[in-house]
Design a protein around this ligand. Structure first.
Ligand code: GH3
Ligand code: MG
Ligand code: MG
Ligand code: MG
Ligand code: MG
Length: 311
C-alpha cells in the first residue's frame, strides 16, 4: 500500500531529479564524524548519480575542497572532534560565496537555536537528524537546483541570444577583470559588417540572422585566445591584452581576408560579405577612450571604401 502522500512525494522527487542535468554530475561533500551516518548519506546520493566526497572532520573537509573544484554542495555536521561545523562554514565562506557553493548544516542536537546559527553563519539550509530519505533529497535537490538556476541566469545575462557569443555586458566585465592585472599593452578592434542592410533587404532577415551566426562562429574560433563579443547589431568587438600591436594588426587583417573569402550558403544561394575594422591601442581614457578611437578608425575604413583594417 502506498499512501497518497508518499505517492505525491515520489512524483515530486522524480520531477526534481528529472530537472537536474544528469550529464553534468554534481559533486557533494559530506562532512560527518559518524562513519555510519556518512556512508548512509553518500550511498543515497550515489543512487542518484551525484559524485560524492567524504570527510570525517572539518579539517579533512577543508582539505577535500583544496583538492577538488567540482563540489557544488556540502553537507556539514555540527558536532565533530576538532573544528565544529559552523566554524568550518565560516572558513568556507571566506572563499566560496552562496552563488557557487550550497551548504546544508546537520545536527542531532535538540537545540532550537542551532538552525538559525547555521544559516546566520553561511549555511543555506538545515536538517535535523534523524531525517527521512524524502527530506534529505528534497533539501539536497532544492539546493542544487538553486545553484543551477543561478548558473542559468548568469549564462543568459552574459551571452548574446542569437549567436551565443559573450554580449556587450560580459565584454566589459571581462575587460575590467583583465585591466586589474595592469596589462602592458592593450588593443581593441571593432568589426562591422559592410552593407549588412543589403543582405537583409536582398535575402531576408532570416538570412541576415544566419550570416551573423556564421560570422560569430568564425569570430569565436579566431579570437578564442582573446576576449571577443557581439557588441550590437552587426558589430563585434575584440580586446587584446599583452599582445604586440603589430601582431594584433596581422590577426585582424588575416580575419578580414578570411571573411572576404568565406562563402555562406543560405537556401542554396551563395552569399559573400566583407567587414570593416577599426583598431586602436590608444589607452588614455581606459576602455571608453579605446572604443571611441576604434570607432573613429572604423568610420575612416567605411569612408575609404570598406573591407579594410584602419589603425
Ligand atoms: P555599413 O557598411 O555602413 O556598416 O552599412 P550597414 O548596412 O552594415 O549598416 P547599417 O547601420 O545601415 O545597418 C545595419 C543593419 O544591421 C540594420 C539592421 O537591420 C541590421 N541588423 C542589426 N541586428 C540584426 C540582427 O540581429 N539580425 C539581422 N538580420 N539584422 C540585424
Ligand atoms: Mg557529529
Ligand atoms: Mg554598424
Ligand atoms: Mg555595417
Ligand atoms: Mg552603419
Amino acid at each position: 500500500y502506498i499512501s497518497k502522500e508518499s505517492n505525491q512525494m515520489f512524483e515530486y522527487l522524480t520531477r526534481l531529479l528529472a530537472r537536474l542535468d544528469k550529464n553534468k554530475k554534481v559533486g557533494v561533500l559530506v562532512v560527518e564524524d559518524s562513519r555510519i551516518q556518512r556512508s548512509a548519506m553518500t550511498s543515497l546520493l550515489r543512487r542518484h548519480n551525484f559524485i560524492t566526497f567524504e570527510a570525517a572532520n572539518a579539517e579533512q573537509g577543508l582539505q577535500v575542497f583544496k583538492e577538488h573544484s567540482n563540489i557544488k554542495l556540502a553537507i556539514i555536521d555540527e558536532n565533530m572532534p576538532g573544528m565544529s561545523g559552523i566554524q568550518m562554514i565560516a572558513k568556507l565562506r571566506e572563499t566560496y560565496n552562496e552563488e557557487d557553493l550550497g551548504i546544508i548544516g546537520i545536527s542531532g542536537e535538540e537545540n532550537t537555536g542551532l538552525p538559525a546559527r547555521f544559516i546566520r553563519g553561511g549555511a543555506n539550509d538545515y536538517m535535523h537528524k534523524p531525517y527521512s530519505h524524502e527530506e534529505f533529497f528534497c533539501r539536497v535537490l532544492q539546493n542544487v537546483e538553486r545553484l543551477e538556476n543561478i548558473e542559468t541566469i548568469r549564462r543568459v545575462a552574459n551571452s548574446d541570444f542569437l549567436t551565443g557569443l559573450p554580449n556587450r555586458r560580459h565584454f566589459f566585465t571581462q575587460v575590467e577583470t583583465i585591466q586589474k592585472t595592469e596589462p602592458e599593452q592593450q588593443s581593441l578592434a571593432i568589426i562591422d559588417i559592410d552593407h549588412f542592410k543589403n543582405i537583409n533587404d536582398t535575402y531576408g532577415h532570416d538570412c541576415g540572422d544566419y550570416a551573423l551566426k556564421e560570422l560569430a562562429v568564425i569570430v569565436a574560433d579566431y579570437f578564442s585566445d582573446y576576449s571577443a563579443a557581439r557588441f550590437g547589431g552587426e558589430e563585434f568587438c575584440v580586446y587584446f591584452a599583452n599582445v604586440e600591436h603589430q601582431k594584433v594588426w596581422q590577426v585582424m587583417e588575416a580575419f578580414r581576408q578570411t571573411i572576404e573569402q568565406k562563402e555562406l550558403i543560405f537556401e542554396k544561394q551563395s552569399i559573400k560579405c566583407t567587414v570593416s575594422i577599426g583598431l586602436t591601442s590608444y589607452t588614455e581614457e581606459g576602455i571608453n577612450g579605446m572604443l571611441k578611437s576604434a570607432d573613429k578608425h572604423l568610420y575612416t575604413a567605411k569612408n575609404n571604401g570598406r573591407n579594410q583594417v584602419v589603425t
